[in-house]
Design a protein around this ligand. Sequence first.
Ligand code: FES
Ligand SMILES: [Fe+2]
Length: 349
Amino acid sequence: MTGDPIRRALDDVWYCVGESRSLRPGAMRSVSLGEEAVVIGREASGALFALRDRCPHRGMALSAGRLVDGHLVCPFHGWQFRPDGVCAAIPALARRDDANFASVRLARFAVAEKSGLIWVHASANPASADPEAAPPIPEVEFDYCGQLVEILEVEASFDLVALSFVDPAHVAYVHDSWWWRPSKTMKEKVKQFAPSPFGFTMTSHTAKTASFAYRLLGSIPEVEIEFRLPGVRLERITAGEKRLANYTFASPLPNGRTALINAMYWNISGLTLLKPIARPLMRQFLGQDRDVLQIAQRGLDRKPAMVLMGESDVQSQWYFSLKREFLRAREAGTAFVNPLEPRELRWRS
Ligand code: FES
Ligand SMILES: [Fe+2]
């Protein structure tokens, strides 16, 4: 771990912490945002809450307790907390003990639910977090009939995982499964890029050498790939009325680990039948990234420097420029100004 903020995951942004369906009404569980432990829960009404997962009394994890009549009950001495974090009861207090427990409160995190995923804002005081100042939570822009989510833990830094989202040169070496990359020959690719809010977008083009996975859509698809801070890659595929969205996110975990989250959505009813086949393929694909990232991380642990070369690494440079500008804007208390210009990039893959 280094003290340089450019090396750390941003802390004033939203991160995906799991699937909506993983949290039924009345349930709670612990999630990590970097070194921060957060208890997320769902009230009987369906509303979500997110609080620091640490009882102020003796530090117990509240996620190990229970939700009783809408209150979080600490399993150590039974202190109770409302979903807004305010202490509501301390059962051990005698009647004459006038301790003011309502002044005890847990730090609260903003929590939101979009397209079947739960997102937590990583700064503990949502009042100060201007929602306009942070990259928006990704949403699916069409009515989807199917969804497939896979979450993997990677022993690699947030940056290394986020960089893999904008790294065209690794595809030919890491993802060379027949179903994704049928041709083994490297070809020169020409792609147009333009800045977009908190990131950049590879503008829509026709996938001429469509892979097997793309060809499942029937007609030749249009593909648009957007990257935005902190580590969000949104691939949108359109073929006539048919829509497929493949979203990938990185979320920071403790001890320099990172969650790699892939959520796929479609509006093609036939594709839902393929889910049992698609899931292991998605797992295989993400596992290819995980395996190589973990080994590369060990090299970076020995010497944390990267040599970025040529146009295939320009997007990686953009990632750091965006992050630097985000940190500068926060520090200065001014608006984020996207530092990127439209540009054509060429590489062989
Ligand atoms: S540690 Fe939570 S009630 Fe004592
Ligand atoms: Fe990859």
